[in-house]
Design a protein around this ligand. Structure first.
Ligand code: NAD
Length: 367
């Protein structure tokens, strides 16, 4: 089959057109009566691990509508390093204990929670109580009850909540999301979404139940749940799950590999595998009028794929910058995030159903 190149044009927003005003914090501009159109919102990163240092902080140098204004860390040595690298004033550096005093810091509009999964609920709720909008990393939390408490805290304190679902902003995934919206391939009948990697350091928090809440399912398995839901454009109604363990000592507390099948309305089905003991990265969609695939699918870049005879090809794109800019605009324009807390809650309901099915030896569980 001859594959045609996509003729779709993709225009990357230039980060170069930022005026001097744009580096002023949002709250200061509001206080000074300045127009809110041009200024950047201040983001505080909470937890300065790999994702913050490798992706989010560099992305915040490219964003048009927000910037890195503050940091929250439990590691003293990181304070000076980050202050110097990102020009963060001393008074905008916090730790996990004194975090709540951010309430009076006008340089902070948004708190971005990038901590181990079991700490997401606590810091989201504390940020909401401090009157700050929140982006919380995936998985939203480690239980449905926590997700509900986070949504309530944000509603009660009149702040917005968004989940770090960067792929909703990625051009490749947007094409997949649009398949069901635009009915391009007719009825979508089957989705296969697998995401797995081989985990290293056996002492890391991702392998500890109390901090991670579960194994690969809580980590990269969430991308599969997301992909199945947005490929169909529908919600699953039931599922069955199976767990596999090789006996490796690393997986004393969390599952090594989980597979699950979800039922969507009208007999449509999905199949997924997530694991910390193999390498898979794939999204396949089969429909009435053809098929689509992204492989590799879930990375920060390097995604490849096709929709029938169209090869998808987009210029280099910063998913995190697009995700954070979109949330900054939601705040400025008082609109809803396309990935609100409710989106994380839906995924957590699926995760709890998977664990319930595993407890019942793979029985069919309603979601
Ligand atoms: P990491 O281990 O690199 O960083 C975790 C940070 O939390 C570290 O700075 C650590 O010091 C701090 N921390 C505070 N209390 C801790 C404790 N009790 N135990 C361990 N660390 C503690 O992890 P990461 O890869 O940056 O992941 C952080 C969060 O971001 C996770 O929820 C993860 O799922 C999410 N994440 C999302 C993406 C994405 O693409 N959206 C990518 C990577 C990670």
């Amino acid at each position: 089959m001859e594959l045609k190149k996509s003729r779709r044009h993709f225009i990357k927003k230039s980060a170069l057109s930022i005026g001097a005003l744009s580096v002023m914090p949002f709250n200061s501009l509001v206080a000074s009566g300045c127009s809110t159109e041009t200024k950047k919102l201040g983001i505080a990163l909470v937890g300065l691990g790999n994702y913050s240092s490798g992706q989010l902080a560099p992305a915040l140098l490219e964003t048009e509508h927000c910037y890195l204004s503050a940091i929250v860390t439990g590691t003293k040595e990181k304070e000076q390093q980050w202050a110097k690298k990102y020009n963060i004033p001393k008074e905008n550096i916090y730790n996990y204990e004194n975090f709540d005093v951010i309430a009076s810091n006008k340089d902070i509009d948004v708190v971005y929670v990038v901590l181990p999964n079991s700490m997401h609920a606590e810091f989201t709720i504390r940020a909401a109580k401090a009157g700050k909008h929140v982006i919380c990393e995936k998985p939203m939390a480690i239980s449905v009850a926590e997700c509900e408490a986070m949504i309530k805290a944000c509603n009660d304190n009149n702040v917005k909540l968004s989940i770090g679902y960067r792929l909703h902003f990625d051009p490749y995934h947007k094409r997949i999301i649009n398949l069901s919206k635009e009915n391009t391939l007719g009825t979508i009948n089957y989705v296969n979404a697998d995401f797995a990697f081989t985990i290293g350091d056996p002492t890391q928090w991702r392998l500890k139940k109390s901090l991670a809440g579960g194994g690969a399912l809580m980590d990269v398995g969430v991308y599969c749940i997301q992909a199945c839901r947005y490929s169909f454009g529908q919600e699953p109604i039931a599922l069955r799950a199976q767990a596999f363990n090789s006996g490796n000592e690393k997986f004393k507390e969390v599952n090594e590999t989980i597979t699950w099948q979800m039922e969507f309305p009208d007999g449509k089905i999905s199949n997924s595998t997530t694991s910390y003991a193999m390498s898979v990265n794939n999204l396949f969609v089969s429909a009435q009028k053809g098929k689509a695939q992204l492989m590799p699918s879930y990375g920060y870049g390097g995604i490849k794929g096709f929709i029938n005879d169209e090869i998808l090809e987009f210029p280099k794109f910063n998913q995190q910058a697009a995700q954070m800019d979109a949330f900054a605009l939601n705040i400025k324009n008082n609109t809803d995030s396309i990935v609100p807390g409710e989106e994380g809650l839906k995924d957590m309901k699926v995760i709890e159903a998977i664990f319930k099915s595993l407890e019942q030896n793979g029985a069919r569980v309603l979601i």
